[in-house]
Design a protein around this ligand. Structure first.
Ligand code: AMP
Ligand code: SF4
Length: 469
């Protein structure tokens, strides 16, 4: 379902390019294709081999780059970032890339994920004399590198990355090199591609398609890649472990045209719908999906059951984001501005409404009501992922049990709360079957928020310690 409706957004997106004289412009296009991953701020850092130049602002990519003078951001390499922030963390200081200058050289960092031991590392760094500028966990890496001496050595990077616990996809730019690193379990998505002789790196392959780059491969868990004018060098800072790529990337966060770990997101969502139809069929007249992220699963559900897929809900694309929503009444109005039921399709019908997930339950409740007000005789809600009963400690905005409706109520009770005629979720086995499509590669996923089995802990502990990205 639409993140905008909830006034919440997804996590961050990173992009990098090495070896192209239009590096900054291409970063703009790449970030544009990652905009869905964060709308609070965006930025770019370029290098011309001698110095790093930064432009970052709060706002959407188009607005941020409208004010960029590309002639002043010349260079053959660049990294970029789109940022998601939770309430209270909206500060330009936390917008990335973060840029650090020192006498031994400069370094820019773009990060997606959450470093679970950032608080402890920050304490150690402060006791050793560091003064940190932001409340973001990302900055810790820069200080660890600086403490190791030169910020731009592979051995220093390996040592610093080895001290981090959590989920992270990093792109790091110095005057003369670009480093790319993925956490040892590969929780966050990160792919490498080529555009002619140039190398490109991005959270999602949708950023490659927009610039005409060809996908090469995914960055491996625990891999550190260094790209320079001498080419690409790969090394490991952690031993290979089974991959645990965030299943919610497939369920909701990523764009349907992206391939994550060689699995197309749309195709996996369609398979989720097929699995859901096998597990939880129900007699009805039409199947509809909540635009945009649930459409693929709704198509799969309809295909499997033979019940026609219809557009029962329309998304209004021109409402923009509603910034001021002071009352419940106005918030309700905000939803109506963004989604409308198609009365001619749902009136008098038994409707199967597919949504990708339920977090707090408010969106689903509003949509069920909307469909009923438009005359739907029955609304059967089918969720194309398992119930979310556990917080995420790896960078996704679901950090407390209190906010998760399924952590607090039974499925029957949730059905009653959202006003549906029936409610069913996809099983975790069904979700895994829908994602894993090629046995020849490790397509292992994290489903900790649904199963409680966390692939990474901090000495057996789980806690959010810092502003994540
Ligand atoms: P709600 O149940 O009202 O919290 O909204 C759930 C909807 O928000 C889902 O249908 C998804 O489309 C979307 N969503 C899922 N996870 C998240 C998340 N962590 N942050 C923002 N939106 C999300
Ligand atoms: Fe993704 Fe859930 Fe794992 Fe967090 S806990 S990384 S949201 S699957």
């Amino acid at each position: 379902m639409l993140a905008e409706i909830r006034g919440l957004n997804e996590e961050c997106g990173v992009f990098g390019i090495w070896g192209h004289d239009k590096a900054a412009e291409l970063t703009y296009y790449g970030l544009h294709a990652l905009q869905h991953r964060g709308q609070e701020g965006a930025g770019v850092v370029t290098t011309n081999g001698l110095e790093l130049k930064l432009h970052k602002e709060q706002g959407l990519v188009n607005d941020v780059f409208k004010r960029v003078d590309f002639s002043k951001l010349s260079g053959h390499a660049a990294i970029g970032h789109v940022r998601y922030a939770t309430q209270g963390e909206r500060s330009i200081d936390n917008v990335q890339p973060l840029l650090f200058r020192s006498q031994t050289g400069s370094m820019a960092l773009a990060h997606n994920g959450n470093i679970m031991n950032a608080y402890e590392l920050r304490g150690e760094l402060e006791s050793a004399g560091s003064i940190l500028q932001t409340s973001s966990d990302t900055e810790v890496l820069a200080h660890l590198l600086k403490r190791n001496g030169n910020m731009d050595t592979v051995s220093g990077l390996k040592d610093a990355l080895g001290q981090l616990v959590g989920a992270y996809a990093f792109i790091i730019l110095s005057e003369t090199r670009m480093h790319v690193a993925l956490d040892p379990k590969g929780l966050r998505p990160l792919s490498i591609g080529r555009l002619g002789d140039a190398y490109v790196v991005a959270s999602e392959t949708s950023a490659f398609d927009i610039i005409g780059a060809a996908y090469e491969r995914d960055v491996l868990p625990g891999e550190l890649i260094t790209i320079s004018d001498d080419g690409l060098e790969s090394t490991r800072f952690a031993l290979p472990q089974k991959r645990a790529l965030c299943a919610m990337e497939y369920v909701y966060f990523s764009r349907p045209d992206s391939n994550l770990n060689e699995v197309n997101v749309h195709a996996s969502r369609k398979r989720m719908g097929i699995e859901l139809a096998k597990e939880a069929p129900v007699e009805a007249d039409v199947v509809t999906g909540v635009p945009d992220s649930s459409i693929s699963a709704a198509i799969g559900y309809a295909e499997q059951t033979g019940i026609p897929y219809e557009i029962g809900l329309i998304k209004n694309r021109y409402t923009g984001r509603t910034f001021i929503q002071p009352s419940q009444e106005l918030r309700e109005q905000g939803v109506k501005m963004k989604l409308s039921p198609v009365r001619a399709i749902v009136e008098g019908k038994r409707v199967i409404m597919i949504d990708d997930s339920i977090v707090r339950g408010t969106t689903c409740k509003r949509i069920v009501r909307m469909l009923k007000e438009a005359g739907a005789k029955e609304v059967h809600v089918r969720i194309a992922s398992p119930s979310i009963t556990n917080p995420c400690y790896y960078g996704i905005d679901m950090s407390t049990k209190e906010e998760l409706i399924a952590a607090n109520y039974s499925i029957d009770k949730i059905c009653e709360i959202i006003g549906a005629d029936s409610l069913a979720y996809l099983s975790s086995d069904g979700l895994e079957r829908a994602i894993v499509s090629d046995d020849s590669i490790d397509q292992g996923v994290c489903m900790a928020c649904m199963t409680g089995q966390y692939p990474v802990t901090k000495n057996g502990q789980l806690e959010i310690s810092y502003t994540k990205c």
